[in-house]
Design a protein around this ligand. Sequence first.
Ligand SMILES: N[C@@H](CCC(=O)N[C@@H](CS)C(=O)NCC(=O)O)C(=O)O
Length: 254
Amino acid sequence: MAPTAQAPARPTAAKKAAAKKPVSAKPAAKAPKATPATSATLTITSKNYSSWSLRGWLLTRFAGLPFDEKVLPPDDPDTRAEILLLASSIRVPSLVHAGTHVWDTLAIAEYLNEVCPEAQLLPADRAARAHCRAISGEMHSGFSALRSSLPMNLRAHFPKFKVWSRAQADIDRICDIWRECIQTYGGPYLFGEHRTVADAMYAPVCTRFATYDVPLDKTCAAYRDLMLGQAEMKEWLRAAKAEPTDIDELDVEF
Ligand SMILES: N[C@@H](CCC(=O)N[C@@H](CS)C(=O)NCC(=O)O)C(=O)O
């Protein structure tokens, strides 16, 4: 997907009016009740290091689908074999629900949107939905400089971290995306009142901005803080900090 493919639909009068509203730290709407009563299992790995696990977990929580969590320790020698059994791509997150096995974060997002439509993981408006998919795809396939030089590490804090220029270009692009969304759809989340796939996709960026002390303008800082203040994020952060040990070799993109 081209990195600049997410030009938003021209805002309607209602959207323009909504765009004037400041970004406020509203509490998230209660997660909707999931329709399917079937059991689901989400396989993830380190909560401290694995940004993809965080995305998959948040998506499933935002969807309101009850699930059992299976956490594979990344330093366990059997882990790779176990992940391989779950998904031939050898990657987590991986969701099994009602006999359906789905892996890859965006595929999980699309599946959850179909199974739990009331959660509105994708915006109702077609143009907004396309925009949401475009920026989610951009996160899924891009920002490699940011990912490699500012890896997710929730236990760490690096005040005044020196960001190199290619990573700064990624940060600038992400901030442009956030500002454009918040101005177009009125915030507080990227696509307005509801948390969507895009919020889950960019959640690990919010943690990186906090970990590496990345300077942000008011709008982006408010969005980062709003996301980090979500009940689900706080629950994940607590669990990440309680993980037993630092794993040196994981202090890289993961
Ligand atoms: N594009 C994949 C990326 C998933 C990914 O890279 N997962 C990492 C954990 S964060 C993984 O499973 N690594 C295990 C390995 O490489 O053995 C997705 O969207 O789910």
